[in-house]
Design a protein around this ligand. Structure first.
Ligand SMILES: [Zn+2]
Length: 217
């Protein structure tokens, strides 16, 4: 059992709260650890989350040890299984991302940083009831070749090779959603072309940067 990984998850929860990306008990964070994953518990306010309250869950959905995992453990489990290169998943109801998710629209390439999520859009997964296998399937599909998606009438999910990257993508996606909302209030934003977005995606790859580095430029 990695105490360090549990501490990192607790720190991420506090950061989501302090940066305004999450409020109350709605968000959840998970990290792959060997043959299972660690995930935040259900219904515990962030100020009460401690490393020992983080729950270990097998990829068969069975809890290893004690605790009750987040009600959204299913999509964390399915995403980590579907995407072997991904080791951390962050889910929040961040206000600007959630506002856009209620429009049930993909976020188009209005800004080059959209490429941080892995492509020329951030998709919005179709609505399904929270905590269900249907929501999980919709999320896995919307995340194909991407590190972020919106969940219709719900919130957003971001992924990373590690927790730092998943957090950096979450912060950037919320920022992009705020910018897109602002632009949409005064007009229809001009969109970057396929070629322009391809150049950005190539540039990100060429630099060999991870998302955490890219957001510092
Ligand atoms: Zn949620």
């Amino acid at each position: 059992m990695s105490v360090l990984l549990r501490e990192q998850i607790v720190a991420a929860c506090k950061r989501l709260e302090s940066s305004g990306l999450n409020r109350g008990t709605s968000g959840n964070v998970s990290c792959r650890e060997n043959d299972h994953f660690l995930i935040t518990p259900t219904g515990v306010p962030v100020e009460e989350i401690t490393p020992s309250k983080i729950v270990a869950v097998g990829f068969d959905g069975k809890v290893n040890g004690i605790g009750k995992p987040s009600s959204e453990w299913q999509f964390h489990c399915d995403i980590l299984q579907a995407r072997p290169e991904i080791h951390a998943v962050v889910h929040t109801h961040a206000p600007h991302a959630t506002a856009l998710a209620c429009l049930r629209e993909n976020i188009p390439p209005f800004h080059y940083m959209i490429a941080l999520a892995g492509g020329d859009t951030i998709r919005c997964a179709p609505y399904a009831l929270f905590g269900t296998g249907e929501l999980s399937r919709n999320a896995v599909d919307a995340l194909a070749d991407r590190k972020a998606c919106l969940l219709a009438n719900h919130g957003m999910i971001t992924l990373g090779r590690d927790l730092d990257e998943a957090m950096a993508v979450a912060i950037e996606v919320e920022s992009l959603c705020q910018q897109y909302l602002l632009a949409r209030q005064v007009g229809q934003p001009a969109l970057l072309s396929d070629d322009e977005m391809r150049q950005v995606i190539d540039r990100f790859k060429t630099y060999g940067r991870n998302a955490a580095d890219t957001t510092k430029q």
